[in-house]
Design a protein around this ligand. Sequence first.
Ligand SMILES: NC(=O)c1ccc[n+]([C@@H]2O[C@H](COP(=O)([O-])OP(=O)(O)OC[C@H]3O[C@@H](n4cnc5c(N)ncnc54)[C@H](O)[C@@H]3O)[C@@H](O)[C@H]2O)c1
Length: 344
Amino acid sequence: MSAPFRVALSGDFRKPDGSPVYPDFDLAPLMNTPGVEMEFLEPANPIRAEQVENFDALILLMPRFGRESIHPDGRLAVVARFGVGYDTVDIEACTQAGIALCITPDGVRRPVAVAILTLMLALTGKLMVKDRLTREAAAGFARRGEHMGVGLVGRTLASIGVGNIGAELFRLARPLGMRMIACDPYVDPRFVAELGVELMGLEEAFREADVLSVNVPLNDETRHLVNAGRLALMKPTAYFINTSRGPVVDQKALTRVLHERKIAGAGLDVLQDEPPDPDDPILRLDNVLLTPHALCWTDQCFAGNGAADVRAVLDVWHGREPRGLVNKEVLATEAWRRRGRRNS
Ligand SMILES: NC(=O)c1ccc[n+]([C@@H]2O[C@H](COP(=O)([O-])OP(=O)(O)OC[C@H]3O[C@@H](n4cnc5c(N)ncnc54)[C@H](O)[C@@H]3O)[C@@H](O)[C@H]2O)c1
C-alpha cells in the first residue's frame, strides 16, 4: 500500500479547544478520502520547516511561509493559500524547492467585489452618519438635510487593477449606470473593452474618478502606489477605497488628505499595520469607514476558499497540475518532478 498523502492546516484554522475557527470551511473531502490524512499544526509564525517536513501539502491561512519554512529533504509539494494574497509566501524559495503555490481566486472574486460595492454605497449614501442621526431622534432628524448623499448615475467608478476582483467589481457595477474607467498596464485591453471599461493612465484615473478602488497585488512596484502626489490629483468630492493591501497606500499621506478634507472620504478594509496602533490618527477621522480586513468574510467566501484549496491539494495528490497555481514555472523544475512523483 502506498504511503498516505498528508495534508497540514496552519494552526490558526483551529481554536485552542480543538474546534475549527471557520466551520464553513468543509474539511469532509479531506477527512473522508481514503489515502488522505489531515492534521492541524501547532500555531507558529512563520511556519517552521520541521513542522511540515512530513507533510505533502499545507493549507495556509495567516502565517508567513518563507525560505526558513522549507525543509531541504522534506516532501512538501504544495502550499495552498486560503485567499489570493500571497505576499506572506516566499514564492521564489517555493519555486526553487519545487513547491507549488496555489491561491483561491474563485473563492474571493465575488465576496471582495461585493465588499467594494458595500463601501461605495455606504460612503456615497452617507450610511454611517445617517445611522447616527437616527439614534439622536428629533435632533438628528432635524439635521438630515445637511447630509445629502451622492447619486451614482453618470458618476465615474475607477479601478486601479482589472484582475480577478477589479473585473468582477465592474460586472456588478454595470447596472448602476456609472462611467467605468481603469488603469492596468498588464491586462489585455480587449478584455477590458468587453467589460465596458475605458483604460487610461494612472494619473488620469486619479483625476477622473468619483469613486476610486484599488485592486492590485502588493509587490515592490505597487508599494505606496497611492501617494501624496496622486491623492492630490483627486477631486475634493471623490471617495477612495482600498480593499487590496494596506502598504499599497502611503497611509500618512492618505490620513493628511482626509484630515484636511481634500477628498470626500475613504473606505478601507486594509491598513498599513493590522491590527492598527490604537493611537493611529486614521482611527479618529469621521470621513473614513474602516473594516478589519474582513468585509468580504462571509459563509460563502470561506466555503469557496476552502473548496478551492482542497481541490488544489487533491489535484497534486492525483498528479495533476493544481488549480489556482501561481508559480507555473515550478512544473518545469526537476525539484517539482521529484516531489510530484512521490505524490502521484
Ligand atoms: N480585503 C480582502 O479581504 C482581500 C481578499 C482577497 C484579495 N485581496 C487583495 O485584492 C487585490 C486584488 O486581488 P485580485 O485577485 O484581483 O488579483 P489579480 O492578480 O487577479 O489582479 C490584479 C491586477 O492588478 C494589475 N496590476 C498589477 N500591477 C499593477 C500596477 N502597477 N498598476 C495597475 N494595475 C496593476 C494586474 O495586471 C492584475 O490585472 C490583491 O491585493 C489581494 O491581496 C484582498
